[in-house]
Design a binder for this molecule. Structure first.
Ligand code: HEC
Length: 127
C-alpha cells in the first residue's frame, strides 16, 4: 500500500471518535443487556432488579409503579422529571423520603439512542 493511502486510512480512523458510531443496520437493542452493561445504560451500578435497595431503590415492581411513558422520560432526563413533580415523581419522592430534596441521585451518564431507551423501558415494565 502506498504511504499516502495508509496515512489517509489512519486519518479516517482518527476522525471517528469511539462511541460516535451508528449501530449496524438491523440492530435490535436488548433492554436487559443495556441495563447490565457498563458501556450502555450502566443501571446495574446503582440498581438491583430485586426489592433490594442499593444506591437507588430496588426495581422489582417497576412495571406496576410506573407508566412506560414516565419511564422513557425519566431515563432521558431524570433531573427534569424530578423538577416537574408529576404524580409518579411525587410518589417516588415520598417513597425515597425526598420530598424537599432538590436533586435526584440518579445520573444517566451514557447517552442512549431512542431505540435503546425504548428497549430499556420495555424491560423495566417486566420487573
Ligand atoms: C448514580 C446512581 C444511579 C444510576 C446510574 C441509575 N439510577 Fe435509577 N435511580 C437512582 C436513585 C438514587 C433513584 C431514586 C431517586 C432519588 O432518590 O433521587 C433512582 C430511581 C430510579 C427509578 C424509579 C424507581 C422507583 O422506585 O420509582 C427507576 C425506574 C430507575 N431509577 C431506573 C434506572 C435505570 C433503568 C438506569 C440505567 C439507565 C438507572 N436508573 C441508573 C440512582 C441511579
Amino acid at each position: 500500500m502506498k504511504y499516502w493511502a495508509m496515512a489517509g486510512f489512519a486519518l479516517a480512523l482518527a476522525a471517528c471518535p469511539a462511541g460516535d458510531h451508528k449501530e449496524a443496520a438491523g440492530y435490535k437493542p436488548d433492554g436487559k443487556y443495556i441495563f447490565n452493561n457498563a458501556a450502555k445504560g450502566n443501571c446495574i451500578t446503582c440498581h438491583r432488579v430485586t426489592a433490594e435497595k442499593y444506591v437507588g431503590p430496588g426495581l422489582a415492581g417497576t412495571g406496576a409503579l410506573h407508566s412506560r411513558a414516565w419511564l422513557e422520560r425519566w431515563l432521558a432526563d431524570p433531573q427534569k422529571v424530578w423538577n416537574e413533580n408529576g404524580a409518579e415523581t411525587l410518589d417516588l419522592k415520598k417513597r425515597m423520603n425526598a420530598e424537599t430534596r432538590k436533586f435526584t441521585g440518579m445520573k444517566v451518564i451514557n447517552l442512549l439512542q431512542d431505540a435503546e431507551r425504548a428497549a430499556l423501558a420495555d424491560y423495566l415494565m417486566t420487573l
